[in-house]
Structures are given as C-alpha cells and as structure tokens.
Write a protein of this length. Structure first.
Length: 118
C-alpha cells in the first residue's frame, strides 16, 4: 500500500525532529520488508505502568484474532529481548536482523495466521 497522503510532511509536522528519525527508520526498514503480502504492525504501544505487558498482550490478541479470521500474515519488528519474547509468544518467527544507523539491532518478525475456528 502507498504511504498516506503527505506522509513525510505530516510526520515532521506532528513530531518535529523525532519525525525525521522516524522517516529514516522507515527508509532503512523498507529494504528489509517481507516480500509477501502482510499486515505490518508498527508503533504498537501501551501506557507504561504495572500492567504494561498485559496491555500489549491484549492488543496483540485482539489484532491477531482479526488477522487470523482474514487469513492474513502479520509482520513486526523487535528491538529488545522483551519484544522478541512477546512476539515469539504470539507465534512470530524472526529472520536475519539488521542495524539502524546509530541505533539498535532490529529483528524483523513474521506471523502466519492461525486457523480460525468460528
């Protein structure tokens, strides 16, 4: 799918200098995308606090139920061991990682949909 209309302008207007970093990450990551049609989960987050992990888990369960029903692959990136563990627990498998300029090691991950039982 193409980027939303005026994507770069909207990102930098909303995020300032951090938006430029986001655009650089998008550019580098675009060279490491899976060559199959998939739904890409990006910028997934939940409020920090005592139930942070449970919130992320619930968000993933909800979205995966929708993707499983549609038979759609899901992709995400992990940059920490905690993220790797969470995505693995949801059935993601990682492939060759890459490094962002001045940034972390990024693990692209792909999830095959589970059979949907109505």
């Amino acid at each position: 799918m193409p980027d939303p209309l005026d994507y770069e302008r909207r990102i930098t207007a909303a995020c300032g200098l951090a938006g430029l970093d986001m655009l650089m990450v998008d550019h580098v990551a675009s060279h490491h995308r899976f060559p199959v049609q998939h739904h890409h989960l990006t910028h997934l987050g939940a409020a920090a606090g005592p139930h942070h992990a449970q919130r992320l888990d619930a968000l993933l369960h909800h979205r995966h139920a929708q993707l499983d029903a549609a038979g759609a692959l899901a992709a995400a990136e992990a940059t920490t061991d905690t993220e790797l563990d969470l995505l693995r627990a949801h059935g993601y498998r990682h492939v060759e990682p890459y490094v962002l300029p001045d940034g972390p090691l990024v693990h692209p991950m792909l999830r095959v949909p589970r059979r949907h039982h109505p």
